[in-house]
Design a binder for this molecule. Sequence first.
Ligand SMILES: CC(C)=CCC/C(C)=C/CC/C(C)=C/CC/C(C)=C/COP(=O)(O)OP(=O)(O)O
Ligand SMILES: O=P(O)(O)OC[C@@H](O)CO
Ligand SMILES: [Mg+2]
Length: 234
Amino acid sequence: MLQGKKQLAVLIDPDKSDNKTLEEITARSAEGGVDYFFVGGSLLISNRMDECIKILKQAGNIPVVLFPGNTLQMSNKADAILFLSLISGRNAEMLIGRHVIAAPYLKLSNLEVIPTGYMLIESGRPTAVSYMSNSDPIPADKNDIAICTAMAGEMLGLKLIFMDAGSGALNAVSESMISQVKQSLSIPLLVGGGIRTPEKAAASADAGADLLIIGNATEHNPSLIAEMCSAIGK
Ligand SMILES: CC(C)=CCC/C(C)=C/CC/C(C)=C/CC/C(C)=C/COP(=O)(O)OP(=O)(O)O
Ligand SMILES: O=P(O)(O)OC[C@@H](O)CO
Ligand SMILES: [Mg+2]
């Protein structure tokens, strides 16, 4: 995952996209040069994960990476899984408990397991992730807390840091926080939540995000995928 150039992941929430929309997203992502599909949600209601992955795989060679909110969201049909530890929170279940439950399944699967420090950043309103994970986000203006949390994650051996303002965030992660966290890390930095325009995508990438995650914006308007890709130089 990630070799120095800016990358884009399109997040698919299996509850929200019907098959026709998914087919359009798949085709446009292949045209635009999307690097990954992320699949998941903090809560999934429908039982559409495997069906979604099957459609996404029609794009050819875009890897499908699970972005699970809980242990029910594991599927052997994907290529990899973000093994998320919610390091911004202090809920032991989200830091290590769910991982103990998931570990034997993952060991037997063919999934590439990617240890990821997941940091929820306050975004102007409560998010589904904060509520479902029973954890507080890092205040949006406390760059120092974000820097130290990310540094600790790297020192613990995590391979990626993912700063997320949460799906549909009012305010995306600030460029100043992205840039300061990036400067304190040598592992790749993923940024998502509330990135709605190509301009915001470009600014987040310029600030230091290595991989951007975009969900709602492209879900509502798949034709934005090409613009998002070219905004970050793809
Ligand atoms: C160890 C395993 C396999 C699972 C647990 C993984 C952990 C600790 C997750 C904690 C953080 C968390 C709940 C992440 C889910 C993030 C996610 C996919 C968010 C997407 O947004 P939604 O929450 O679906 O937003 P909407 O409410 O807008 O649909
Ligand atoms: O849906 P959006 O706001 O693009 O957020 C994507 C992702 O970062 C959510 O976890
Ligand atoms: Mg969702």
